[in-house]
Ligand binder design. Sequence first.
Ligand code: OSB
Ligand code: MG
Length: 375
Amino acid sequence: MIIEEIRIDRLEMPLKHPFETSFGKLMTRDFLIVSAISGDITGYGESTAFPLPFYNEESTETVLYILKELIIPQVLKMEKLEHPEDLDPIFQSVKGHRMAKAALEGAVWDLYCKKKGISLANALGGTKTEIDVGVSIGIEPTIEELLDRVGSCIDQGYKKIKVKIKPGFDVKPMQAIRERFGMDVPLMADANSAYTLQDIDLLKQLDPLNLMMIEQPLAYDDIIDHATLQKELSTPICLDESIHSVDDARKAVEIGAAKVINIKVGRVGGLTEAKKIHDYCQAMDIPVWCGGMLESGIGRAHNIAITSLANFTIPGDTSPSDRYWEQDITDPEIKFHKPGVIKVPEGPGIGYGINEQAFNDYVVGTETFSRTKTV
Ligand code: OSB
Ligand code: MG
């Protein structure tokens, strides 16, 4: 296939409810959609970077720079692109910047599948026809408000409840959830790298709470200290920020830094690498789940497709559209087909159409790049 045109739209979508983590509070999702166009078919990918580098090193502006200056010009020169993996030499030539690569690769995967008339889930080797879904709850102003949200998510049928923690809002709120809702709720905490090895005694206080896991307690770029911490904790450690590739996953597993891995398609550079991490973890008996970055329906559809692979045995942060938005940009929106469960779509590509009207309402800027000219 020949990609004739690549478009980048910048969108601003207001969140229904502010989302607070240990690294900051988000009210609006400001992100990019990449469209890869070949003939009358368009493939869509989403950049999961935030406007500022507070989760990882990338930002909306660095993604734009890498795509415009380095990746798109090379892709538009390709003579032949038979499979998304053919992008690999271009990606290898640029170090890091995985969210930029993933946004473009996602669009090419969707385009490739639509041309072939197969679903993205199928193309990736997915076997599940439906996926179990969890929810990620931000830091709330008070423990009472947090308990209300946890209660409402349990009532809606979410199969895993993840709660953000930070120093000063950690042991007490987690204990309060256990006291109110019991020890059987599938519950975990995500620290987004807010602690250090100095905090071992504090983190040990989470052990009696029977959490499924604690996600990324230590630095965003650490693997080694997590192994030290895991030796002291009975709660399994799950790595998010630290894992960028199947090699990172292997190193973490080999030294005992992670008993679970959160796979985010953007963070690891795209679906191809996400699948490699899945396959490695499956061979090593390490369960994985799909994380989220407050994606729109487009990014979410990619997440649903990868979650259809067999070793995604733990419910992911792949909540339906209405958990985030008054109006999502896919048609249909992403919905539960029964409480806590989303059906894997069977249609070509990501399996969701675009709600053009909603999409255009959120667009704040567009740039188009084509084989012959740059508009
Ligand atoms: O660490 O998993 C995270 C959101 C923004 C940045 C980082 C994270 C998150 C979430 C929300 O936990 C996941 C979602 O519901 O999309
Ligand atoms: Mg996380």
